[in-house]
Design a protein around this ligand. Structure first.
Ligand code: HEC
Length: 255
């Protein structure tokens, strides 16, 4: 009997964890990434190196490769995207990988967790998730040190590094009864506590562009792949017409 109970508990546990984790998140918006909008990705790259690269690496990418793909010449990459020095104290080279200067030991001490590499985040989490996450920070005094929580990632370990742009917001709650009849407080909106340097639509745009850059980063070949795909279809179509004409030519005398 005991054994059976343990097995049943083992089967149920993941389900409980799932329902607790996969609950209501806010915000829950969707975005479209325009793969031809290089200007948006360039702006996103700038936000990324200014606000994210100090803690998170994107160590599958090189600065100059990003420059080439997004149409930024090397000298402008050096000037606008690289603010770090290498181990010898020289300015980081344009061909260097986009690593972070923060050591994992330091990060572990400061945040209790090492900030993950963001190279593939747009694929692993999806662009909508990242978009909502970066707009989901809210003031929560109960969280020592950080002072913020997140409507998409509960009890997150990351500080609200874009607070100067977005400002600070406080959640509006609503009581909801879930399918099991339990009442729970869910976040249904935010109100501004302290204004940032940007309006809401400017901030949303900035995050959209940042996510566009992260989406590019996660799949630098997507654009080329799409172009090659179109080329192949056109080639096959032309080939089809040619073979048809040829077939007619060959069989002309037989019939
Ligand atoms: C001060 C250091 C710091 C900065 C700067 C920072 N982050 Fe973070 N970030 C963290 C930490 C720490 C975590 C891990 C949080 C956790 O797991 O609780 C994290 C987690 C994340 C996650 C969730 C990863 C996952 O799937 O678990 C994303 C996405 C993210 N950061 C994006 C960004 C972006 C984009 C920027 C720039 C706007 C940025 N971060 C700037 C420290 C930082």
């Amino acid at each position: 009997m005991k054994k059976v109970l343990i097995i049943v508990a083992g089967l149920l546990l993941p389900a409980i964890g799932w329902s607790a984790g996969g609950g209501h998140t806010y915000p829950d918006d969707k975005i479209e990434i325009d793969w031809n909008d290089k200007a948006a990705m360039q702006r996103g790259a700038r936000t990324f190196v200014n606000y994210c690269l100090s803690c998170h690496a994107a160590s599958y990418s090189r600065f100059n490769r990003v420059g080439q793909d997004l149409g930024i010449p090397d000298d402008l990459v050096l000037e606008n995207l690289i603010f770090t020095t290498d181990v010898n104290g020289d300015k980081t080279k344009v061909g260097a990988l986009m690593t972070t200067t923060m050591t994992p030991e330091y990060a572990e001490q400061a945040f209790g967790i090492v900030p993950p590499d963001l190279s593939l985040i747009a694929r692993s989490r999806g662009v909508n998730w990242v978009y909502n996450y970066l707009r989901g920070f809210y003031v929560d005094e109960s969280r020592d040190g950080l002072g913020v929580n997140n409507g998409v990632f509960a009890n997150v370990g990351m500080p609200h590094v874009l607070a100067e742009l977005q400002g600070l917001q406080r959640p509006k709650y609503q009581t909801q009864t879930d399918s099991h009849g339990n009442e729970q407080e869910i976040i249904v909106g935010y109100e501004i506590l302290k204004a940032g340097s940007m309006t809401k639509s400017e901030y949303d745009r900035t995050i959209h562009d940042l996510v566009a850059f992260l989406d590019y980063l996660a799949e630098p070949y997507k654009q080329t792949r799409k172009n090659v795909g179109t080329g192949v279809i056109i080639f096959l179509f032309v080939f089809l017409i040619l073979s048809y004409v040829l077939k007619k030519e060959y069989w002309k005398d037989v019939h």
